[in-house]
Ligand binder design. Structure first.
Ligand SMILES: Cc1ncc(COP(=O)(O)O)c(C=O)c1O
Length: 361
């Protein structure tokens, strides 16, 4: 479900009427979930919202990691507190709810693990079928969780791109929820941007660090700030958006370094940060646009630093840090060292999920 030109589709809203709705300069809902922003979410009928309590996660002031990295102000948006313990819940909740409203009966997606668990949970809650295609080296915990939620899982040799190819080959009677190939996952993800802004008093930080694979978070957060400006809650200020990738699979970093507008597929991508093993992100142009327009950058980190950083950061903060976030932390460290982020800048790091399922048993 994307444009004939091969670009993702974006949902849009009647901003003038939303502006009237939020009379006192705030969203009227106090729901402790991402649905507090329902005026800027695509589901029309509240009865179609399939919610498990996703979003409105804490923005935690780092007590020790920030200092360790040489920063005065680091905050961590702890997405491990979502219902299935990753930020994928936001996008999959919005997508399942909207397609449920539109009459879908089954869903499919290729996934590195977290999106699969998330879709399985939301499809179960909606009483609908989920078909999951995952690389065969995905840790067992992801498979068993999907199966627990009643999803049909298929193991595919290779990366998420190979899993996607297998899914398209099977061509089942399902709604394809592949990253950025349908418009509503980005809608859910953008609530991260709304929350970061609301939790900082309707302002924006100086920089946001996004561990980036398919790019839904970076694209969604960028869209969120545009929408907040359109409804008058913030001005034209924007954070610098930084994408962090592992050197083992860094197609976005390479495109930024080359000044290219296209992302050339990364051959034989390998990284233990499984969610970042995306050799050819479909929405490459939008990712590059958010990085460049914001004055941010993309940074690759050494694969051998991921596990030690994960352990170090978990110990410093008492948070369950996943390998993807460890990539973000290594990237942040490089950015501080190279002066691209100043010690006195206000930085938000996404802890995109829990690391618990990565431990294979
Ligand atoms: C824990 C985690 N972090 C980051 C990512 C990358 O997500 P995005 O699509 O926003 O680039 C993924 C994707 O699978 C993930 O599971």
């Amino acid at each position: 479900m994307y444009c004939v030109c091969g670009s993702p589709l974006f949902a849009s809203y009647d901003f003038a009427s939303v502006r009237e709705d939020i009379a006192s300069n705030e969203f009227p809902s106090t729901a402790n979930s991402m649905w507090r922003y329902s005026q800027l979410l695509p589901v029309k009928s509240p009865s179609c919202i399939v919610s498990l309590g996703e979003g409105w996660t804490p923005l935690i002031l780092s007590r020790r990691l920030g200092k360790h990295l040489g920063l005065q102000m680091l905050r961590i948006k702890n997405e491990a507190q979502n219902p299935t313990t990753s930020f994928k819940d936001r996008g999959l909740c919005a997508a399942v709810s909207k397609h449920y409203e539109l009459g879908a009966t089954a869903f499919a997606l290729p996934s590195a693990g977290n999106a699969a668990v998330s879709l399985s949970a939301y499809a179960a809650a909606a009483g609908l079928k989920a078909y999951i295609f995952m690389p065969s080296d995905t840790p067992f915990g992801f498979y068993s969780q999907c199966e627990l939620f009643g999803a049909v899982t298929t193991r595919v040799e290779g990366t998420i791109s190979d899993a996607g190819a297998e899914m398209r080959k099977q061509n089942g009677d399902w709604t394809d929820l592949s990253t950025t190939k349908e418009p509503y996952r980005v809608e859910g993800k953008k609530t991260l941007g709304f929350e970061i802004s609301e939790q900082t008093g309707w302002s924006v930080p100086d920089a946001i660090i996004c561990p980036t694979g398919g790019g839904t978070a970076i694209i969604g957060i960028w869209k969120a700030f545009e929408e907040l400006e359109a409804i008058g809650l913030i001005g034209s200020e924007r954070p610098k958006m930084f994408a962090a990738q592992s050197g083992g699979c860094a197609p976005i970093v390479r495109a930024v370094e080359r000044g290219s507008d296209e992302i050339e597929p990364w051959v034989n991508g390998e990284t233990e940060a499984l969610g970042l093993r995306v050799p050819s992100p479909f929405a490459g142009r939008l990712i590059l646009n958010a990085i460049r327009q914001s004055g941010g950058d993309a940074v690759a980190v050494a694969e051998q630093d991921i596990e030690s950083t994960r352990r170090m950061a978990s110990k410093l903060e008492g948070l369950d840090i996943c390998p993807e976030t460890a990539v973000g932390i290594c990237g942040l460290s490089n950015l501080v060292e190279s002066g691209k982020i100043d010690y006195d800048e206000d930085v938000v790091l996404l802890n995109t999920g829990s690391g618990a399922r990565y431990i294979d048993i």
